[in-house]
Design a binder for this molecule. Structure first.
Ligand code: UD1
Length: 355
């Protein structure tokens, strides 16, 4: 069996890592296509290096652009790649422009396409990720869902028969990396002269938070007024949008820093008192590491983290600052994201349903 994985953005490389390992263990031929949506070494190369992912077989190098330009450039480049590879399955990941373009390209060539992390819904039609995931689910022949909630969303949209619960592949990789770094030194804390538990870690990069200067200013105000230090791992989109809007990021409680590689991020979360983010992956990672999370959004796709008390939504400056100071919630043994063996199930599902 031959699978083509299409990836392009940071969270997709994390999801690819356990899938690539499971494909290799099962003796499955696995072709990796990197669209080039993310190209900075800290958003791309370090993930391949640190997570032991084989180099991409094909690199499309599309780079940044408006949604239409970026999605279209990937779509235009994919026909040749998929026709040459002639895979049994095309596997697309998550909800980025690379996901949608990969899925569209595959269906138009009549190649079976599977969507990993299917069925998540925010119901927020202003999010580019929401369009990408809904359209990809409906284009896919097989929807591989991370949670029971995702399975019910797929069923409600008439997709039950082509859906399968496999668990969350980010949990697979997080378990492995956590065990590797848990007792390792804490380079971020050392660099900032802070001990474990003295800082919160923040990331903000979603278009709905960065692209409206008034909203961005209020978020930065909330972080800056926290009573304890906030280490802001600044995504290039945030830096660019703040600069354009004349918003100073490094003020008050905020210490600005470049994004971290994955193992360092996991170590930094373990050493933090809390996480403030609009990233989907980081909300889940904080929960799995049992670190309280504050999500700067009006809704979340990972509702289990909120229901279990480990995540709160915060939008005003006052809500954000207050949430960073809240006490730890009650411990829980709940495991809504699976047992850390989702990638094996993905490869099994693709093998079993090979056309
Ligand atoms: C994309 C995904 C988002 C995901 C995020 C993870 C879409 C619609 N969004 O958002 O779902 O959570 O990746 O990080 O696909 N840039 C660089 N270097 C890079 C890449 C981007 O400087 O390597 C800058 C460029 O100014 C670019 C901007 O970041 O215009 C946005 O990049 P883009 O790929 O459009 O989306 P993200 O915001 O990264």
């Amino acid at each position: 069996m031959r699978i083509v994985s299409i990836v392009g953005a940071r969270p997709q490389f994390v999801k690819l890592a356990p899938v690539a390992a499971a494909a290799s263990a099962a003796g499955v031929e696995h072709v990796i296509v990197h669209t080039g949506q993310h190209y900075d070494p800290m958003l791309s190369d370090v993930f391949f290096r640190d997570l032991g992912i084989p180099d991409a077989d094909v690199h499309l190098g599309v780079g940044s652009g408006s949604h239409g330009v970026q999605t279209g450039a990937i779509l235009a480049a994919m026909d040749d790649v998929l026709e040459t590879a002639a895979p049994d399955w095309v596997l697309v990941y998550g909800d980025t422009n690379s996901t949608l373009a990969g899925a569209l390209s595959a269906v138009k060539l009549h190649l079976p396409v599977a969507h990993l992390e299917a069925g998540l819904r925010s119901r927020n039609r202003r999010m580019p990720e929401e369009h990408n995931r809904v359209l990809t689910d409906h284009a896919a022949d097989l929807c591989l869902a991370p949670t029971e909630a995702a399975m019910s969303h797929l069923a409600a949209e008439g997709l039950a028969e082509r859906s399968m619960l496999v668990g969350d592949v980010m949990t697979d990789v997080l378990h492995l990396v956590r065990d590797r770094v848990a007792d390792a030194p804490a380079p971020l804390a050392d660099e900032l002269g802070m001990g474990d538990g003295e800082y919160s870690l923040a990331t903000i990069h979603r278009a709905e938070n960065t692209d409206d200067p008034r909203r961005l200013e209020r978020i930065v105000e909330g972080l800056a007024s926290s009573p304890h230090p906030i280490v802001l791992l600044a995504h290039p989109r945030l830096v660019a949008k703040a600069r354009d809007a004349g918003i100073e990021l490094g003020r008050g409680a905020i210490r600005v820093r470049e994004p971290l590689a994955y193992p360092q991020l996991v170590r930094a979360v373990l050493g933090s008192r809390g996480v403030v983010t609009d990233s989907g992956g980081l909300q889940k990672e904080a929960f799995l590491l049992r670190v309280p999370c504050t999500t700067v959004r009006t809704e979340t796709e990972w509702a289990e983290t909120v229901d279990l008390g480990w995540n709160v939504l915060a939008n005003t400056p006052e809500e954000i600052a207050a949430a960073t100071e809240r006490p730890r919630p009650a411990d829980t043994d709940a495991a809504p994201y699976g047992d850390g063996r989702a990638a094996e199930r993905v490869i099994d599902a693709l093998s079993a349903r090979r056309a």
